[in-house]
Design a protein around this ligand. Structure first.
Ligand code: DAH
Length: 323
């Protein structure tokens, strides 16, 4: 038994000494045919030998099994506690996360989020926003035309008109989305993103606009930020303003980012022009409102110090992975 080297050999040994054709088995089976006087002794000694053989087999089996386990642990080692390999996982693009951040700020102030089509009619993109057919402001937009009357929207402002056509005041909405212009350089791409804002209610003033945008600027760029309003022109607002935020790099002292001015332009805004209300049938004696529009790329560039807008759309992972 000591010479048996493995479990297969042990099984052979068992068959040989205890199997159905083994000498001992044959002997034990022939007991009834033996003379009556021999039966007790042959039975007793035969069974004794059988039990000893069985015990020896069992003992050797235990030794061989233990040896095979050690062997298996040694050679087919599988460490089930090793952490799995992580698969590469993508994440939100900086433009998407910035859009959501802007949405969250306004939703927390009670605004709802509206959407409109990217392929628009001249009416919604220009006319109902108080750009008459020959208005010079139209040429500032570098429009992609689909036909004479159909175009890729040049801003998200047409959503204002679509919202007001469907809903009576009070209106508190923002409208994020894509806009298109024939323009391409370090600060312009043919497709870009804007967030439009519109409030219409009784007694809304320019002070409400300023307070709202100050809350926004501080939530977006830090609680120390100041904003300032500069007079400007947009056809659909009167008065119109451009809004600057105090530079978050130099805190208003003047640096390269803000071109030594201490201020960074973040959006356009104003009080909704009564002509726009007339297009959607709002009573401008009863209601006033403000509107604003900002570029998501511009907000993201300022917040993260990105100096070339085209980087957002080249999908160079070395850039994308930084956010
Ligand atoms: N639509 C303007 C643009 O694309 C941005 C803008 C300015 C939107 C003033 C407004 C606003 O709602 O009141 O340049």
């Amino acid at each position: 038994m000591e010479a048996v080297a493995d479990l297969a050999g042990l099984e052979e040994t068992r068959v040989r000494f205890l199997g159905r054709k083994a000498a001992l088995t044959t002997l034990l089976r022939s007991i009834p045919e033996l003379p009556a006087a021999d039966r007790p002794n042959v039975g007793r000694f035969g069974n004794l030998v059988k039990r000893e053989l069985e015990a020896a087999l069992e003992a050797r089996q235990a030794v061989l099994e233990a040896g095979e386990l050690v062997d298996a642990l040694e050679h087919d080692r599988l460490d089930v506690t090793l952490p799995g390999r992580t698969l590469p996982l993508g994440h939100l693009h900086l433009i998407t996360s910035t859009r959501r951040e802007i949405e969250d700020i306004f939703v927390s102030m009670g605004y709802s989020v509206a959407e409109g089509p990217e392929i628009e009619t001249d009416y919604y993109n220009f006319e109902a926003l108080n750009h008459p057919a020959d208005h010079p402001a139209r040429s500032l937009h570098d429009t992609f035309f689909v036909s004479d009357d159909i175009l890729l929207r040049t801003h998200t402002s047409p959503v204002q008109v679509r919202v007001m056509e469907k809903k009576r005041p009070p209106v508190y909405v923002i409208a994020p989305g894509k806009a298109y212009r024939r323009d391409s350089d370090a600060t312009h791409t043919p497709m870009f993103h804007q967030v439009e804002g519109l409030v219409v209610d009784e007694g809304v003033t320019l002070a409400d606009l300023k307070g709202t945008l100050e809350v926004f600027a501080r939530a977006m760029f830090g609680s120390d930020r100041q904003i300032r309003l500069r007079p400007h022109f947009f056809p659909f607002t009167e008065p119109s303003v451009e809004v600057d935020v105090s530079c978050m790099i130099c805190d208003g002292v003047g640096c390269r980012l803000c071109k030594r001015s201490g201020w960074l332009e973040i959006l356009g805004a104003g009080m909704v022009d009564p002509n726009v209300f007339a297009f959607v049938g709002y009573d401008s004696e009863k209601y006033t409102g403000f509107a604003f529009g900002m570029g998501i790329e511009r907000i993201a560039m300022l917040k993260h110090g990105v100096t070339d807008l085209r980087l957002f759309y080249e999908n160079d992972l070395r850039f994308v992975r930084q956010f």
